[in-house]
Design a protein around this ligand. Sequence first.
Ligand SMILES: *Cc1c(COP(=O)(O)O)cnc(C)c1O
Length: 392
Amino acid sequence: MRANAFHWFISYNSGSRIAVDSALTQHSFPVTRIDRSRIDIVDFDNLGFEDDFSDHMFRCEFRDGQWIEPQIVPYGAFQIYPGALCLHYGQAVFEGLKAFRGIDGNIRVFRPDMNAERLRNSCERLCIPPVDEELFCSAIDELVGLDEKWIPSKRGESLYVRPLIFATEPNLQVKAADRYLFLIITSPVKEYFSERTGGISLRAEPRYTRAAPGGTGFAKTGGNYAGTLRPGEDSIAQGFDQTLWLDGLEHLYVEEVGQMNIFFRIGDTFVTPPLQGTILPGVTRNSVLTLLKDRGEKCEERRIRIEEIIEAHHNGSLTEVFGAGTAAVITPVGRIAYQDEVIDLDADAPELMSKRLYDGIVDIQTGAVEDVHGWNRVVTSSDGAAASAKVV
Ligand SMILES: *Cc1c(COP(=O)(O)O)cnc(C)c1O
């Protein structure tokens, strides 16, 4: 184990640094820069949500009971053993958040402390040694600061930040690994579904389930997604954008959508399913609830039967449905199908709350309005050199 001015040593058990030096106050990591940037090959006028990854990535290894050697290196392929436990038994977790270039030119990362906490909870569920919040946030600061030219500046665009941790120990036993990699990669994106008018369409899934009580539904782990691909293809084959998940026990209660949490406006109340272990605790969901309460709107986190939604549609009290998630921010829903029932909603009406919530969130993210809740982490970059971060 090397110990130099740039390395932090993170102890697994205590979750705190056990050997630090001046690097602690500088938040800097060793950086190996690329020889030539790939930024010129990116078509910034036609961004998607796909595979344009920025020049650098963060990496940190877990070995001998510690997270060691955090550093920034060129983005690129690397080697792992075919026996790596993540490839066989799925011991892997990830996160998703965004960095924005504000209207004042400042770079802001939206609520990374929430993602750090969720990552810790995901790690805990899968027996992965957790990464502490300070390492998580300063790694993002540095990486985003270094690749700041990759942050698009149009409204609705951002630099998507994807942290991931996976088991690298080669072993055939089903067990928690003793070696891991923690990576952070970034990609310029525009919003998922940003081309869509009329809202997205959802098919309530009557047969398959995404998560069950006691399972891993609250953890952001790849395995949860693998199981949704088959029903997701069924939804697309039947002409829908996404699957609306119902509870795993009875298929009676609404849970969430693909990569989004879901909200219903019934009468004068906004209703969303509660966090009881089977749905992802979305940062956007939390932000929406806060903004709705700020506006004096009535909100309920409670179980919602799919039958209640259909009934509310029939009696005219269901006026609005929208999804909330980092990738798509706020996405109005225009259609929900459940068995023989089809609910059609006007997803383009100007008075919809989803539009105001979208603007409310994006205005905070881009510094257009005051960040009264202290959600933004402002990253100041000095020409690609080590960034320093402050919360304002
Ligand atoms: C990531 C995710 C969400 C949304 O969470 P945000 O923090 O708002 O991006 C919702 N559902 C699932 C299944 C997810 O993986």
